[in-house]
Ligand binder design. Structure first.
Ligand SMILES: [Zn+2]
Length: 79
């Protein structure tokens, strides 16, 4: 996992995006999202092999992107 200024660099778009922690309020679920390509991860293991497209992930939970209440918890989640 690559860290830049204390923030996690997205392995999918390689240096373009940073991964922020977020809570999908209407699912009561914490996920990690790239601010550039919208890859997402269900836990802190941010790897290229296990990302999911955010829209696909939300749809698998029965939500459209528009209906999802995504609450940004910030970039500094990695201790
Ligand atoms: Zn990305």
């Amino acid at each position: 996992m690559k860290i830049f200024n204390g923030k996690v660099v997205c392995p999918r778009c390689d240096g373009n995006g940073l991964v922020y922690k977020s809570k999908i309020t209407n699912l009561d679920l914490i996920i990690y999202i790239c601010d550039e390509c919208e890859a997402c991860w269900k836990d802190e293991k941010i790897r290229l092999e296990n990302f999911q497209d955010l829209t696909t992930f939300l749809e698998s939970k029965g939500l459209t992107y528009k209906d999802a209440q995504i609450h940004d918890l910030g970039y500094e989640w990695k201790s």
